[in-house]
Design a protein around this ligand. Sequence first.
Ligand SMILES: [Zn+2]
Length: 554
Amino acid sequence: MPYAPDLLLVNANVRTMDPARPRAAAVAVAGGKIAGVGDDASELAGGARAGNVIDLKGATLIPGFHDVHNHMIGFGLSLTELDLRVDRLDELYARVAARAAATPAGEWIIGAGYDQTKTGAHPHRDALDRIAPGHRVWLKHASSHLCVVNSLVLGDLGIDSGAPPVDGGRVAADASGRPTGLMEERAQELVGNLTRPYPLATLTSAVAAAGERYVREGLTSVTEAGVGGGWIGQSPVELAAYVAAREQGRLPVRVELMVISDAFHALAAHPSDGIEIGIDLGLRTGFGDDWLRLGPMKIFTDGSLVGRTAAMSAPYDGGPDGDGPGDAGNRGYLQADPDRLLATIVAAHQAGWRVAAHAIGDRAIDLALDAFDAAAAKYPRRDPRHRIEHFAAARPDQVARVAALGVIPVGQGRFATELGDGMLAAVGADRHSWLYRQRSVLDAGVVLPGSSDRPVVTGAPLLGIHDMVNRRTAAGTPFNAAEAITAAEALRAYTWGSAYASKAEHAKGSIEVGKLADLTVLSEDPAAVSPDRIAGLEVLATIIDGQLRYSVLD
Ligand SMILES: [Zn+2]
């Protein structure tokens, strides 16, 4: 059928992710959609002259990258936070001191990215008081599941000298009961409540700042893993920041928003509707359009491996780590009463939501799988496509269960480099083969998506793909190498797999006629270069909705 394409991409190494036609050399775009895929440009143009022809000179063209678990606003905000990714505690304190010297007294100093498995210990409130007197100091752990604050903040919270119990979290204290400044899991909400909610203008700017970075990295879609409340959300009206960014032309990538379970409440719908809980108006998964859509309910069942708070069935390895969370016999903990977690997941499923359950430790994964099982038995739904976020330390029987239930395990490739050493130490050699499974998941017939959990680690998709293939820690230790996959499989995960995890594979994730024209141009083919070079490849251009959003093509 003759048509006049807006854009014709020629002389490309096209990896379509479409099994019916895996490779091609030219792609035509019209009206924001893919209008033709072929070997010959003139065949695609249908005799008409294209508005714009780009000769890719052999570069690789793939469907746009989709990071299916990131924290876009958190990342945007982190661009202004103090970078604490250091190897020594004295270096961390030096950075805080330098920031304090340049910050007016009374203002907050917010830093992120420290990892006590690298610095040897968590920062301590007394040291922070000495180097930053007169400032409120809030230092976030790389995992986002822990943080450390100084005495002024503890004073604001009224817990300067005693640690209150916190449901689903912990205010760490020394032997005398005096808080050390370390706050775990839901205890972080206390600190967040002092600075949150952020103004919408701040959040809108964070969305825009993150989006600018994303298009440079070849991302065309991202899934935001929790807005609207809890310790991870920034404001109860967070969605409005995305709407505003879009209205202002500052939302360059497509976004799917997960709603945090804390924002759910009882709804007085008609009993026959089966909607016992939800958010106002009955908004739920699927509402929105191709640019901005509500995704799953996000629910935290447990914490972090490196922080040793994730719920394991057997204790962490190596005993005390100096500050508490690794105490001998510590098996981590669930973030709420297990019956309540299960009931919330079942009720969200019943109300028509997809559910993304954060479950890291095998004990938490059991709970999530039990909940999905119970939901399916009680309220059968065709292809609910629920997800388990991280699926970090999974026993072999849990891979089989995920496959049987049609649940998507959402892992993060880049964790291998940036958090891998701490994870190997936390679980011990006997459980190394459980960590961040990919090969066994694919072999079980389960779809594998790609994600980063940014800002927990660096989020560029090529780095994630590099680690999905190479699986090495920062120290160079193999990170459960038996679960490595090929570059072609990792590319498919970060495109089609992520679209599938978002239940959007009908609209994106592959280069096929009729799908959204979201495309990424890479300097070379990750599947054709030696695996150690993948991280060094360059994103040459990013096309979203048929528009060139980023380009360094000449
Ligand atoms: Zn996350």
